[in-house]
Structure formats: structure tokens, C-alpha cells
Design a protein around this ligand. Structure first.
Ligand SMILES: Nc1ncnc2c1ncn2[C@@H]1O[C@H](COP(=O)(O)OP(=O)(O)O)[C@@H](O)[C@H]1O
Ligand SMILES: [Mg+2]
Length: 350
């Protein structure tokens, strides 16, 4: 098949996405496909050759390494020569229209949030992963929690679009500790944990620069466990043990910063509950193909659902590929199954 792997984009998670994209494109080629890797935001800018040439380009190796710091999007935006408001770079849509399917290696806003999916639905371009509506809901932590709060335990929360004038009142009324997170972000970008009023104040001030709504969520002390889903079935859970602090951006992407154990060493009954909770969220949001749900398991054995990712990290050492490997699904096969399952659900109109 001819497959365009779409990565990068104007997203705070573009570095992670480029790494995912390079690995996926390489694996799809090894599976015998023609795969072209393209940065959604920069597109074919600066290339004089035909779009077809991209299918023969070597996969750049340097982008596999994830930048330890989240990128400055203003600077990225200024690097594109084409002055257009479009988030699709020059030639991207024409290239995607040439493909049998577009593999979405995008993460975060602009890619994981349903807008690219909706555009492709309208253009008749098949793509991998969940459809537009489920993707949009899953990207919004407030909507996700509202829709699933009756079905799974999720930490108490409040969502606010505050201004600098509201910070004093928010700090006064807060019951600490709290987790502060942008309503629609990923990779822990903008997430902080406040144990003291001073920390909460600082987190709220820095959150102002992100704009948009903010989720203030009860902090749950416990073990971090995540559950991947593939083809509507739950994979074995994985436990993450950051060596220091919580599972923030640098602990996610700095090699060796966290230990990951798969299957998670939990009693079978807890494993069952984790898998059922992940599937319940997945079905409630109308997701398809694959996803990964994040939980905290507290000392009383209660599981707390945090969020679900519709385009989870897909480097071979990412969490979902590790979970697939635990049931004998190698990385190449995983990429292949995502493509085949996506084509199947797109044919069903999902
Ligand atoms: N309520 C919470 N209690 C304890 N830790 C949390 C809570 N919410 C988030 N975290 C920590 O922050 C990380 C990122 O939060 P998450 O909701 O998964 O957002 P993201 O989309 O950025 O991954 C989690 O993996 C966990 O380590
Ligand atoms: Mg998460």
C-alpha cells in the first residue's frame, strides 16, 4: 500500500510525533509498504521534486531522538516560508490524496483532537485511529470526565477559564493537593502538582500563558498504571515508576528517567478492573482502532481514571507497543494491524 505518515505539525508535542512518525514509517516500509514521512506543518516546502519522490526518501534518523524540552511554537511557525494560516503545509493534502491511507503519527492539539480527522472525512481520505468526534472528546479532559464519571472513578475536579484577578479566590478556596492541567494538552505539558498555596499560585500564574480552560483535579497518591487498547480489546497494563517526581515531560521522554513494568505487577482482579475501566471509557467515547488510558491505583486498590489518549506514542519503546509486545505482537505487526483495522472501521463509517 501507499501510506503517508503524517507527523510533527504545529503541536507542543511535535518532537514526540516526529519520533513516532520516523519509527512508524520505517516499520511500514519493512512490512513491504511504500511509506512517505511528512511534517504536517512544513509539508513539501523547499522540495522541487514531485510528491512521489517522498516515498523513496530515506527516513531521517536524527528526528527519532525526542527533544528533551517542549518546542517553542512561535519560533516553529516563523520557520515556515509560506505565509498561510493553514496548518497543513504546502502539498500535504495533495500528497495525502495520493495515499491508500494516512497514518496519523500526530500527537496533541492539531492532530489528536479530531480536526484533522474531520478534514480527512470531508476529503474522503482514509486515516488511522479513532474518528473525529471521539478524538475531539478524548482531547478535552473536562468533557471526557463528565461523560465517564458515572462509569469509572475519576478524581474530583473543577474546570475554570480564570483570569489573573481570579487567582486569589481560587487559591483561597482550594483543597490541596491539586493537579493543575490544561483542558486539552498532552505529554504532561503544562501539568503541575501543587501541595502548597504558593505552588498553586505559581501554577495558576504559569497556566495563564497557556490560555484556555484549566482543570483543577484532586491529587491521588498511588501507582501510575496505563492500559492500551487495540482492535477493541484491552492489552496488559503497564506500570510506570518515575525515578523522581511525577510522570512529567522529561520523565516521559528522557531515556532511563522512568522504569516501566509490563504486565504491571498487580493482582489479576485489579488487572481485570483496569482493563474493564479502559474499555468502558473507550466505548463511551466512541473510540476505535487503538487508544491508551491513564490511571492511578491507590493504596486501597481503587483505580482512578485520568484520561484517554487516542493517538498514543508509537515509538517501539512507547507504552502501547510495549503492551502489545507482552502479548506477542511485535512493532511491525502492530503498525500493520493499526492500518488494517483503521481501513476496516473507516469502511464501516466509524
Ligand atoms: N489527579 C492526579 N493525581 C495524581 N497524579 C496525576 C493526576 N493527574 C495527573 N497526574 C500526573 O500527571 C501526568 C499527566 O497527567 P494526564 O492527565 O495524564 O495528562 P497528559 O495528557 O498531559 O498526559 C499523569 O501521568 C500523572 O503522573
Ligand atoms: Mg497522560
Amino acid at each position: 500500500m501507499k501510506i503517508v505518515v503524517l507527523a510533527g505539525g504545529l503541536s507542543p508535542e511535535r518532537s514526540v510525533s516526529l519520533s513516532t512518525g520516523a519509527m512508524v514509517a520505517q516499520a511500514l516500509r519493512a512490512q513491504g509498504h511504500q511509506a512517505a514521512l511528512v511534517d504536517m506543518f512544513f509539508g513539501l516546502e523547499g522540495r522541487g521534486d514531485s510528491p512521489q519522490a517522498l516515498f523513496d526518501d530515506p527516513i531521517p534518523q536524527e528526528i527519532k531522538r525526542i527533544d528533551p524540552r517542549a518546542p517553542d511554537l512561535k519560533q516553529i511557525r516563523s520557520q515556515r516560508r509560506e505565509q498561510s494560516p493553514s496548518l497543513f503545509g504546502p502539498g500535504v493534502l495533495a500528497l495525502c490524496a495520493l495515499a491508500d491511507v494516512v497514518f496519523l503519527a500526530l500527537h496533541g492539539s492539531c492532530g489528536e483532537d479530531g480536526r484533522v480527522q474531520a478534514a480527512f472525512d470531508l476529503l474522503g481520505i482514509p486515516y488511522t485511529g479513532a474518528g473525529s468526534l471521539g478524538s475531539a472528546i478524548a482531547m478535552d479532559k473536562d468533557l471526557t470526565k463528565r461523560l465517564t464519571a458515572g462509569l469509572v472513578s475519576t478524581p474530583g475536579w473543577k474546570t475554570t477559564a480564570y483570569t489573573a484577578q481570579d487567582i486569589d479566590a481560587l487559591v483561597r478556596s482550594a483543597r490541596l493537593p491539586l493537579v493543575i492541567k490544561p483542558v486539552a494538552s498532552g505529554s504532561s505539558i503544562g501539568v503541575s502538582i501543587a501541595h502548597t498555596p504558593q505552588e498553586l499560585r505559581a501554577a495558576l500564574h504559569s497556566g495563564l500563558s497557556q490560555g484556555g480552560r484549566t482543570v483543577l483535579e484532586e491529587y491521588v497518591k498511588g501507582r501510575e498504571v496505563q492500559v492500551g487498547i487495540l482492535e477493541d480489546r484491552a492489552l496488559p497494563s503497564i506500570e510506570i515508576l518515575p525515578k523522581a517526581g511525577f510522570y512529567d515531560y522529561s520523565n516521559k521522554y528522557q531515556p532511563g528517567a522512568a522504569v516501566e513494568v509490563c504486565p504491571a505487577p498487580v493482582p489479576p482482579e485489579v488487572e481485570d478492573r483496569l482493563r474493564q475501566a479502559a474499555l468502558r471509557v473507550y466505548h463511551t467515547l466512541g473510540l476505535s482502532v487503538y487508544a491508551r488510558a491513564d490511571f492511578i491505583l491507590d493504596s486501597a486498590g481503587e483505580i482512578w481514571f485520568l484520561e484517554i489518549n487516542t493517538l498514543p506514542g508509537m515509538t517501539p519503546t512507547s507504552l502501547l507497543p510495549q503492551e502489545a509486545a507482552a502479548v506477542g505482537i511485535g512493532y511491525g505487526e502492530l503498525c500493520e494491524r493499526i492500518v488494517q483495522e483503521s481501513l476496516r472501521v473507516r469502511r464501516e463509517g466509524r
